[in-house]
Design a protein around this ligand. Structure first.
Ligand code: NAP
Length: 249
C-alpha cells in the first residue's frame, strides 16, 4: 500500500510506539520515528528502514521545547507538512508507592511527559497538520484514565489506581476533547486510543499480571485512528480490540 502520507510518532524507539511506526510504514507512510535518545532512536529507525519502510529518525524529548521545535522544523524542511501525529511517549513515575504516599513531585514528573509534553508537541506540530487535507492526532491514553471506570467503588482501578498516571491520562482525555473541538474547523481529527494492557518496559515493575498481549495488539487501534478517512470521527476514546470498542471517558 502506498499512501504518500507523513506521520510522526513520539517515544517510538521501543514498545507500542515502535510497532505503530512499523505498521504505518507497512501502509506506505513516511514515518518520523521520534525518540529522546539519539542512539536508541536511530538504531530503531535503521532497523525498521531495513525492513523496507520509509522510516526516519528525529530527536525529540517531549519535555524539551527546543528539541520539539527543532523536530518540527526538520519535518517541515524535509516533508512540508504532517498528516498524522501520534502522541505516544508516556511514563509511570510511581511504581511501588502507596497512593497516599505519592508526592506532588511524582505527579509533576508524570504530567511533564503525559500531559505537558503532549501540549508542547501538539502546539509545535499543528501548523504542519493544518497543511494536511486529512490531519489526525492520536493521543495514547489508557483505561486507567477513564473517570467512569475510576468512579466504580468496587472496581479494580479504585483500589489499585496509580494516582499520577491515572490522573495524567484523565487530563490527556480532557485535552483530547478540547483539541478535537478547537481543531475541527481545521479538518483535524483528535482521538484517544486505549491500547489495552501490553507487557512493555512501562509496566515491567507492576506487581499484577501483565497478560500476554503483544505490542502488535496494542498498536491496532492507534493505527486505525491514525488512518481514519476524511469523514472519520473526532473526539472519541476507542480500543483496545477495535474501533467499535468505546471506552467511557
Ligand atoms: P514503553 O515501552 O516504556 O515506551 C515508552 C516510550 O516513551 C519510550 O520510547 C520512552 O523513551 C518514551 N519517553 C518517555 N519519556 C519521554 C520523553 N520525555 N520524551 C520522549 N519520549 C519519552 O511504553 P509503552 O507501553 O510502549 O507505552 C506507550 C504509550 O502507551 C504510553 O503513552 C503509555 O502510557 C500507553 N499505554 C501503555 C499501556 C501498556 O500496557 N503498555 C497501556 C495503556 C496505555 P525511552 O526509551 O528513552 O525511555
Amino acid at each position: 500500500m502506498n499512501s504518500n502520507e507523513i506521520a510522526l510518532v513520539t517515544g517510538a524507539n521501543k514498545g507500542i510506539g515502535r510497532e505503530i511506526v512499523r505498521r504505518l510504514g507497512a501502509r506506505g507512510f513516511t514515518v518520523y520515528l521520534a525518540a529522546r535518545n539519539p542512539g536508541l532512536g536511530a538504531a530503531a529507525a535503521d532497523e525498521l528502514a531495513g525492513e523496507g519502510f520509509d522510516v526516519r529518525f528525529v530527536q525529540l524529548d517531549v519535555t524539551d521545547v527546543d528539541s520539539v521545535e527543532a523536530a518540527a522544523k526538520q519535518v517541515e524542511a524535509d516533508s512540508g507538512r504532517l498528516d498524522v501525529l501520534v502522541n505516544n511517549a508516556g511514563i509511570v513515575s510511581e511504581w511501588d508507592v502507596a497512593v497516599a504516599d505519592i508526592t506532588a513531585a511524582q505527579v509533576r514528573e508524570a504530567y511533564e511527559v503525559n500531559v505537558f509534553g503532549v501540549v508542547t508537541v501538539t502546539q509545535s506540530f499543528v501548523p504542519l497538520l493544518r497543511r494536511s487535507p486529512n490531519g489526525r492526532i492520536v493521543n495514547m491514553s489508557s483505561g486507567l484514565g477513564s473517570l467512569d471506570l475510576l468512579s466504580d467503588p468496587d472496581g479494580r482501578l479504585a483500589t489499585q489506581g496509580l494516582l499520577a498516571y491515572s490522573s495524567s491520562k484523565a487530563a490527556l482525555n480532557a485535552l483530547t476533547l478540547v483539541y478535537a473541538s478547537a481543531l475541527r474547523r481545521d479538518g483535524i481529527k483528535v482521538n484517544a486510543a486505549n491500547p489495552g494492557l501490553v507487557p512493555t518496559d512501562l509496566n515491567s515493575r507492576a506487581s499484577v499480571s501483565r497478560g500476554d498481549r503483544t505490542t502488535a495488539d496494542g498498536a491496532l487501534v492507534p493505527v486505525l485512528l491514525a488512518t481514519l478517512p476524511e469523514d472519520g470521527p473526532s473526539g472519541q476514546f476507542r480500543g483496545p480490540g477495535s474501533l467499535d470498542e468505546v471506552i467511557p471517558w
